[in-house]
Design a protein around this ligand. Structure first.
Ligand SMILES: [Zn+2]
Length: 143
């Protein structure tokens, strides 16, 4: 399955929306713009772009991820945690590993992530102690 490419800002927007709607409530545009530290019109533009890509849905300033958006998020987070583990192993601090991983966790192919995961010995948690969930990520061949 091929995915539409997303930008770094779209990635940050998706991650923020999924993490703030995990209890089933939609996210307000005002809260999204505050969390992303961007103006509401800029946040709305990001949301519109992600709607066109089938990743988010919005109604009257309330935003939720689509099922595809959630899958996409899970793949990004899986890549994020594996990259963090690899960077940490090569001597980076937890904070630097996280910041650097966010720079390309949304670009790297799941094949490469699975390979890195295997080479790292399938770690159970990232350097911050968050659980690494493999789940459906392995069904997808590329981002
Ligand atoms: Zn982490």
């Amino acid at each position: 399955m091929e995915y539409q490419k997303i930008t770094r800002k779209e990635r940050d927007c998706l991650v923020t929306v999924v993490e703030n709607t995990s209890k089933g409530f939609p996210m307000k545009l005002a809260d999204l713009s505050r969390k992303l530290k961007i103006k509401p019109p800029t946040a709305l533009d990001l949301v519109r772009r992600l709607e066109k890509k089938g990743i988010l849905e919005s109604k009257k300033g309330m935003i939720i991820p689509t099922a595809e958006g959630i899958k996409r998020y899970e793949i990004i987070i899986y890549a994020h945690r594996i990259i963090e583990c690899a960077l940490k192993d090569s001597g980076e601090s937890d904070v630097d590993s996280c910041l650097e991983a966010a720079g390309y966790d949304y670009l790297v192919s799941t094949n490469l992530v699975s390979e890195m995961d295997h080479l790292l010995g399938n770690p159970e948690t990232c350097p911050h102690g968050k659980r690494i969930v493999r789940g459906e990520a392995n069904e997808y061949q590329s981002l």
